[in-house]
Design a protein around this ligand. Structure first.
Ligand code: ARG
Length: 594
């Protein structure tokens, strides 16, 4: 089954053709079609065109109207105000288009694939080895996962990269400690499931980190041995590398347990951390120096920018190689750019990283452009996200001022959500097993939705009470909307959803239908601008249209003619599939019974 153009796009095309027919000299012109309260749609594009051609916009509007084909989706069109077109569609066109969408056998709900698909390498979910994950890592993972799903749905080829922090001076300290205390990384092991294994792994890493730190700060000789160990690590000394691997592996157990909890799949081959670019660092710096992109300054290899200055007015460089010969974060990121463009053939590089690293990425991208690693054909974008705040509006911390452990936070969300689910469970007849499963889906969904429903770059308040509220713009509201439809479909008995284009639609049915019609366009926009919050907003509006529809239109009423029942079942079923698809693209589950 091919994709199904939306009514809005069909209409847009017809208007554009009519514009060209009425005004052959005007060239391609955009009718500027929008949804409107006056009618179904309003087209405002004629005003600008009339101005350009020095014509009378109302006359021009009448000409365009006359050039529209008869028998199309338009029921009524009128010229209003200075020269707008108000357009009302036929009920038949609405139901027929939706029916074609519902019949799409590929499960895409008729949503077209974009025709300019390319390869995007997305850098997201990048925690640091031997360190606990915090809410910033949560944001990168949640936003990145949604963007991956959305881009893949639009047809983009997506390569995932988890650029974990697994390289650098602190590993000298950790490895040296392990050499001197060989049993340090052994732990009791968890109860055998991912979550408890992960917790055990983290508490071991935490202990080793703290112990080695104490020694590092108090013992000058240990400090010196640690520094030598960094050199051995970067030189590829086998014994050192083997111990380093044990830290990385232990950390991966922990990462996987957190991602599991988040109901998110991360694959080992996509975990290419900072260490993965180690072999390229020297060459990266050599090219930068030979081409003059980087220059020596006070012993370090630096790239300067006219518009990047410190408070003292002096230029602040991007340091690619430090005075002591060590390579830093920037050299790694520049090497990763080379790898992603040259080897992975990316035409888009996307980085889901905290807004506080924006200057770093601006300098990295500019450096890569000067070096020719980024050409005009390659787009590099930081999808920068804001800070997670506590209820008090300050960066999210425990009462003691420490960073909040991500697992604790997710557990708390699930506990609260389970209580909400349990409250209603008896009425719905849920088993204990279903309560536990739904509690997870609602709790994790709540955390993801809260993150995804505001534009990424804004800070947002982490407020669990608000996140699991049944009303308002929350995931559980959307999950209930979905489950309620499933319950109606179960109750429908012999009545089967079927489109009946011959029926006249009630206003609430039309509004719901026209909103459903927009799904594909919303996804295209969301994918092009990396804006999952627009998908969340669309789904929330969809659920709101559904609520109005229920208020005004009974579905299974004995007073309804059978075809009205069938048509309404058809509308709610398509709504359910759209909710399910949309939520899945945000990484959120929709339980059948809630
Ligand atoms: N590991 C880093 C952090 O925790 C994020 C890495 C972002 N990605 C990158 N290519 N620099 O802040």
């Amino acid at each position: 089954m091919a994709s199904v153009p939306s009514l809005a796009s069909t209409l847009q095309q017809q208007l554009a053709d009519a514009l060209t027919a009425a005004l052959p000299d005007a060239g391609a012109a955009d009718p500027l079609l929008r949804r409107s309260d006056r009618a179904d749609f309003q087209a405002n594009g004629i005003l600008a065109l009339a101005k350009k051609l020095k014509g009378n916009p109302r006359e021009l509007a009448a000409q365009v109207t006359a050039a529209l084909p008869a028998g199309g989706p338009i029921k009524d069109i009128e010229v209003s105000g200075p020269g707008f077109l108000n357009i009302t569609l036929t009920d038949r066109a609405i139901v027929e288009t939706l029916a074609a969408r519902a019949a799409d056998g590929e499960g895409r709900l008729g949503v077209p694939l974009k025709d300019d698909a390319g390869t995007t390498v997305i850098d997201y979910a990048q925690p640091n080895v031997a360190k606990e994950m915090h809410v910033g890592h949560l944001r990168s993972a949640v936003i990145g996962d949604a963007v991956v799903r959305i881009l893949e749905f639009t047809g983009e080829n997506v390569v995932r990269r988890h650029h974990i922090g697994d390289w650098g001076t602190q590993f000298g300290m950790l490895i040296q400690y392990l050499i001197e205390h060989p049993g340090a990384l052994k732990h009791e092991g968890g109860a055998g499931d991912a979550a408890s294994d992960g917790e055990a792994a983290m508490s071991t890493l935490n202990r080793v980190y703290k112990e080695s730190r104490v020694l590092f700060d108090s013992d000058e000789e240990f400090k010196a041995r640690s520094r030598d160990r960094v050199v051995a690590l970067q030189a590829g000394d086998p014994e050192t590398l083997e111990l380093w691997h044990r830290f990385v592996d232990e950390s991966k157990i922990y990462f996987h347990s957190v991602f599991d909890k988040l109901d998110m799949e991360i694959h080992d081959p996509d975990i290419v951390g900072e260490s993965g670019y180690n072999d390229m660092l020297e060459e990266t710096c050599r090219i930068l120096e030979e081409t003059g992109v980087a220059v020596r300054s006070e012993g370090a290899l630096c790239v300067f920018f006219d518009d990047v200055k410190g408070p003292d007015g002096n230029k602040v460089p991007l340091i690619v190689k430090k005075t002591n010969g060590g390579y830093g974060y920037a050299a790694t990121d520049l090497s990763a750019v080379r790898n992603r463009v040259q080897d992975l053939k990316a035409d888009t590089l996307l980085y889901v990283v905290d807004a506080r690293q924006s200057l770093h990425f601006r300098m990295v991208f500019e450096t890569a452009r000067r070096a020719g690693w980024l050409s005009d054909d390659v787009k590099a974008v930081q999808l920068a996200f804001g800070t997670v705040l506590g209820k008090d509006g300050k960066p999210f911390k425990t009462r003691e001022g420490e960073t909040v452990r991500l697992e604790d936070l997710l557990d708390e969300a699930v506990t609260r959500a389970t209580a909400v689910v349990r409250d209603k469970a008896e009425k719905v007849g849920l088993s204990e097993e279903e309560i536990v499963e739904n509690g997870r889906y609602v709790g994790i969904g709540a955390v993801k939705y809260a993150d995804l429903s505001t534009s990424a770059v804004r800070d947002y308040k982490f407020d669990l009470d608000q996140m699991v509220a049944l009303h308002g713009d929350t995931s559980v509201y959307l999950q209930y909307a979905y489950a309620r439809i499933q319950s109606i479909l179960r109750k429908a008995g012999d009545a089967v959803p079927a489109a009946h284009p011959e029926l006249e639609l009630a206003p609430a049915e039309r509004a719901l239908g026209l909103h459903l019609d927009q799904f594909g366009e919303v996804l295209a926009e969301v994918g092009a601008g990396y804006e999952p919050h627009k998908l969340a907003a669309y789904l929330y509006q969809l659920a709101s249209h559904l609520t109005t529809f229920y208020d005004q239109c009974q579905v299974l009423s004995p007073d309804n003619a059978p075809e009205v029942v069938a048509n309404r079942l058809f509308l709610v079923e398509l709504t359910a599939r759209t909710l399910h698809q949309g939520m899945a693209l945000l990484g959120i589950r929709t339980p059948e019974r809630l």
